[in-house]
Write a protein that binds this ligand. Structure first.
Ligand SMILES: *[C@@H]1O[C@H](CO)[C@@H](O)[C@H](O)[C@H]1NC(C)=O
Length: 281
């Protein structure tokens, strides 16, 4: 009897070691949980400016074309992995999806276009003729220009500089659920609280993307990680680092909360293994 118990214990102990090997914290730690990488799209040069239509589960992005001569927008169906290259936007660098209307915008070298995923039709919108760096759609079309780095909003048929940024420079803008405006330029990350008179600096980050999840919560990425913005007040915002990843070009959040990031040559989903790990960064 003792022998049986002993050998059972031994078997259990061995199983635990094997188990440990399988689930050790060798992936990417997101919020203290180990994650595996799942490559969603390979061979895509510097995918940038990603956005998701949460209605259709389509991820829009742009990448650097052959010989680095232009930027090409594309759409990746996150369920079927079908990838579609969008033609008709020269220098298409920016993508954004309005969370309410589900309208898809593509910013190019000569303005902003609408894209319809069903018909695959691209339509030039009568908003601007400027070279677009980024678009952030949320009850209006917020965008920045290149190389001037001016930030505009097009709303109710009117085009204006974004109040609070005005003639200052902004490379990227993002609005949180409550319409507080975050923006970045080479001096760092700034917050312009909604209906407030003063802009505050919230940190020294080299932001390369802003993205809102399916609930409107705002996230941003830098070349070394993915962060969320929480507890926004008139004077500050709490920044949480979700994951430390090197050489990333941008990030988006799927409707189930999974992170997708752009690596140098691919688009990668982080899948939870459920294994708790202490932070590695
Ligand atoms: C970045 O924006 C802040 C706030 O508007 C401004 O004070 C700063 O001059 C800007 N930086 C650059 C390089 O323009």
């Amino acid at each position: 009897m003792k022998l049986i118990i002993l050998s059972t214990l031994l078997a259990l102990a061995t199983a635990r070691v094997v188990d440990n090997k399988i689930t050790r914290c060798d992936g990417i730690i997101v919020n203290g949980i180990n994650h595996e990488k799942e490559v969603l799209k390979e061979y895509t040069d510097k995918p940038y400016m990603m956005s998701i239509d949460y209605d259709t589960n389509v991820l829009f992005y742009t990448y650097t074309g052959p010989h680095a001569t232009s930027f090409i927008p594309a759409a990746l169906n996150l369920k079927t992995k079908e990838n579609y290259i969008i033609s008709g936007v020269s220098g298409g660098f920016a993508t954004s999806v309005d969370p309410k209307t589900h309208k898809t915008y593509i910013g190019g070298a000569d303005g902003i276009y609408g894209f319809d995923y069903q018909s695959k039709a691209v339509t030039k919108l009568d908003i601007t003729t400027e070279n677009i760096w980024q678009v952030f759609a949320k009850d209006g079309v917020y965008f920045t220009t290149y190389p001037d780095e001016y930030a505009f909003v097009y709303k109710n048929g009117e085009l204006k500089k974004i109040a609070g940024i005005d003639d200052n420079k902004a490379m990227l803008v993002g609005l949180d659920k409550d319409d507080n405006i975050f923006f970045s330029n080479s001096s760092g990350l700034f917050l312009r609280p909604k209906d407030d008179e003063k802009t505050v600096k919230v940190g020294e980050y080299t932001v390369n993307s802003f993205t809102a999840d399916a609930n409107g919560k705002l996230f941003f990425s830098t070349p070394t990680g993915i962060f969320s913005l929480n507890e926004v007040t008139k004077n500050d915002a709490k920044i949480s680092k979700l994951a430390g990843i090197n050489n990333i070009y941008g990030a988006v959040v799927e409707s189930d909360g999974s992170l997708i990031y752009a690596a140098d040559n691919s688009i990668v989903r982080l899948k939870s293994t459920g294994q708790e790990c202490s932070e590695q960064y």
